[in-house]
Design a protein around this ligand. Structure first.
Ligand code: G2H
Length: 250
């Protein structure tokens, strides 16, 4: 069975209302031929979600968020529930991005709880994992990835409610990318683990690659076996760059 790829742009803590034109520009240029081949999502910062969702109406672009709290509501000053994200127009939420794991001490257990909370609100959970530079150098990448996968992905994950994003931490925002064979090795290991745990759902789940994806390297990365799209940071901020990445599917 073929898996329809997803290219998701993670704006991180970038973007003001003036940036919303980029979403309209991506949507406007993303014709029916391309949208039959690849799904496209943009994950702006929370204050822009609602207006981004409005800007995406009538285009193939869907809107995702970058993090969520586990509770639906309550005394959690400054936090945002998955139900609120959904209400603002998001259809997905990134959980466990390495920047959340590093800056906010999120553990695999936290990430798993967030994924379950996302499902409760009807959101797709985009669960991120990836090894550090030290782990890569120590040769423990596959162990780390297996541990994160089993710890961060809840029971009940399906191809419809979950997307896995492999992002080697040392490749994030650095311009460095692993070799195609390194990516292939990790994605094959992830697929094997997903299939053994989730059966046909694991076989159909999207496995994204993330970390310094750019127009110049997208075609090569997206052609790797078991790479079903990309999670794009810096190169998703400008429509021209993002469309250049989507062109890998053109
Ligand atoms: C990895 C990626 C997007 P960038 O974090 O999630 O960022 O493409 O800037 O390396």
């Amino acid at each position: 069975a073929s898996i329809k790829p997803l290219v998701a742009g993670n704006w991180k803590m970038n973007g003001l209302r003036a940036s919303l034109g980029e979403i309209a520009a991506v949507g406007g240029d993303f014709g029916p031929t391309l949208s039959a081949r690849v799904d496209v999502m943009i994950c702006p910062p929370a204050p822009l979600l609602y207006t981004a969702a409005v800007a995406s109406v009538g285009t193939p672009v869907t809107i995702g968020a970058q993090d969520c709290h586990v509770a639906a509501s309550g005394a959690h000053t400054g936090d945002i529930s998955p139900e609120m994200l959904r209400d603002a127009g998001a259809s997905a939420v990134i959980v466990g991005h390495s920047e959340r794991r590093a800056d906010h001490g999120e553990s695999d257990e936290d990430v798993r709880a967030k994924a379950q909370a996302a499902w409760r609100a009807g959101l797709v959970a985009i669960i991120c994992l990836g090894e550090s530079e030290g782990e890569r150098k120590a040769g423990t990448t596959l162990d780390v990835i297996a541990r994160q996968l089993s710890g961060s992905v809840p029971d009940g994950a399906t191809a419809a409610n979950t997307v896995i994003a492999y992002e080697p931490i040392w490749a994030i925002g650095t311009g460095l990318t692993p070799t195609a064979s390194d990516v292939a090795e990790v994605h094959a290991a992830l697929r094997k683990d997903l299939e053994s745990r989730f059966g046909v759902e694991g076989a159909a789940m999207r496995l994204l690659y993330g970390g310094s994806v750019k127009p110049g390297n997208a075609a090569e990365l997206m052609a790797i076996a078991n790479v079903n799209g990309a999670l794009v940071g810096g190169a998703s901020l400008k429509a021209q760059d993002f469309l250049g990445i989507l062109a890998a599917y053109g």
